[in-house]
Design a binder for this molecule. Structure first.
Ligand code: ZN
Length: 278
């Protein structure tokens, strides 16, 4: 008996561009095709940003709605997660598409330095986004770029702004933020287990750390994230051919750790999400 591992596919993100890797999907139809291929390769959750046709990031609610509809149609039951991340708009604009009621949305619970700028999340903005997610019955995925963000997420549960149990994502390897250090990862996982044993978690290793962090998650009972948002390479010698190829690599590792890729319905059960109502 193996335990389910939810594979998240972060298809596009906001930084990687076609000139870096032509497999990065930009238009809505490219994004839907890429998500479908990843779904068929074993991904159960899609983490989504939307872009303008010139590749720049936008928070256009209509684009999010079209992308969600395409994924609902072509990837039955797949969990849809919108990013409220910092490059897609300013302040409250970042939550301007939440009325489309995706299953989940990302929520960073603190500010951090990114490679070239500050990823700014004021206490007020965090609470506004959390309240909106609560109103629309959207489960947040907490994006923790450092240890303090774990404790801030637990505080938001105490304040009644996030429903327990938490689903955490630990992000490792962003330049100027938390490095990819096993002891740091283990400490965050152990603190989450101590303070909210019923919580679930995933971790993202950025760039060359992607596969290493996938292995850590498989080993410790966590879930896995992969995709061209975080890493455009297969290895040192070549670019990743597609999001599906990266998903296939994680799916293929599961058995080594007594795990299997979660189906969409298994993933929904693990995260306490309802079915898709259309
Ligand atoms: Zn993202």
């Amino acid at each position: 008996m193996t335990t389910a591992c939810i594979i998240t596919i972060a298809i596009t993100g906001s930084v990687p561009r076609k000139e870096h890797n032509p497999a990065v999907p930009v238009t809505l139809s490219e994004q839907i095709d890429s998500t479908r291929e990843a779904f068929e390769a074993g991904a159960a959750l899609a983490h989504l940003h939307v872009r303008n046709d010139d590749g720049t990031t936008t928070s256009d609610p209509d684009k999010f709605a079209t992308l969600q509809a395409g994924i609902r149609q072509h990837c039955p039951g797949m969990i849809v997660q919108f990013s409220t991340g910092g490059r897609s708009g300013e302040g409250a604009e970042r939550g301007g598409m939440l009325h489309h009621r995706p299953d989940m949305a990302s929520l960073a619970t603190g500010s951090v330095n990114f490679p070239l700028r500050i990823y700014e999340n004021s206490p007020e903005l965090i609470r506004d986004l959390a309240r909106k997610m609560l109103d629309y019955d959207i489960k947040p995925e907490i994006e923790a770029f450092d240890l303090s963000m774990l404790y801030q997420a637990l505080n938001l549960v105490d304040e009644g702004l996030i429903k327990a149990p938490l689903h955490m994502q630990f992000v490792l390897g962003v330049k100027n933020a938390l490095p990819t250090i096993r002891q740091a990862f283990d400490f965050m996982v152990s603190e989450l287990d101590r303070l909210m044993p019923e919580a679930t978690f995933v971790a993202a290793g950025i760039g060359r750390h992607q596969l290493e962090v996938n292995r850590w998650c498989l080993e410790t009972g966590g879930h896995c994230r992969t995709g061209l948002e975080d890493n455009i390479r297969w290895d040192k010698t070549r670019l990743a051919a597609s999001n599906a190829e990266l998903v296939g690599r994680v799916a293929g590792l599961c058995a080594d750790y007594g795990r299997h890729p979660a189906s969409a319905s298994e993933a929904r059960a693990v995260l306490g999400l309802g079915g898709v109502d259309g």
